[in-house]
Write a protein of this length. Structure first.
Length: 211
């Protein structure tokens, strides 16, 4: 029996549906990985856990991402595309607020996990560090360089380390006052401290040295 033209034109539809299903499966795996890596860390999260949380076959991780480490790096990149941290320098208070809000809302996520875990691979830690540099350090360096502040790279790294350390200590309840103070109050204090760090120019430092 011959096949009519009308019958053959319906063939692309299943392929389109499969493409949509593939995209949905990949997104589900990525979201599940973000949640589980953030909650449990890299080592305690299994590929099976991620597949079960996503509601899809865990074997698809190899197809879409490669390995579990590759998927972890993908979660770092996905966070980088989000809006948890500002994309450019718009003020120290906004930057501090973004960092603290991220910790308050989600706890130590994949980025922080990658930075603090000793067993994180070089690829994972490198991806996390690049994210911190793009979101925190580079905007600060650009702002200080424009204003003529000396040693902007060092000051920016100290500022980023301070913000991340405070957010981590708040998430893990290391210090009672840092944990319990309202976020807005903490952000103001952080911005004041960071302002002192990022405002000193060579001329101001020279005047202090002569006193």
């Amino acid at each position: 029996m011959s096949i009519s033209h009308e019958e053959t034109v319906t063939d692309p539809a299943p392929r389109t549906a499969r493409s949509r299903d593939a995209g949905a499966s990949k997104e589900a795996l990525l979201r599940a990985a973000q949640e589980l890596f953030g909650q449990r860390g890299f080592e305690r999260t299994t590929i099976r856990d991620i597949g079960e949380r996503a509601g899809v076959d865990a074997a698809l991780i190899a197809r879409y991402f490669g390995s579990k480490a590759d998927l972890y790096v993908a979660t770092v990149a996905a966070e980088d595309a989000g809006e948890q941290y500002p994309g450019g320098f718009e003020g120290l208070e906004q930057m501090a607020d973004a960092v603290v809000s991220r910790a308050d809302d989600h706890g130590p996520g994949p980025i922080m996990q990658a930075l603090i875990r000793l067993d994180a691979s070089d690829d994972i830690r490198g991806a996390a560090l690049q994210r911190v540099k793009r979101r925190l350090i580079e905007p600060l360096v650009a702002d200080m360089t424009e204003r003529g502040v000396d040693r902007p790279e060092l000051r920016a790294e100290i500022a980023a380390a301070a913000m991340l350390g405070i957010s981590l200590s708040r998430s893990l309840a290391w210090f009672e006052e840092v944990r319990s103070v309202p976020k807005d109050e903490l952000v103001v204090l952080m911005a004041e401290a960071l302002q002192a760090l990022t405002d000193t120019t060579p001329e101001v430092r020279g005047r202090h040295a002569r006193k």
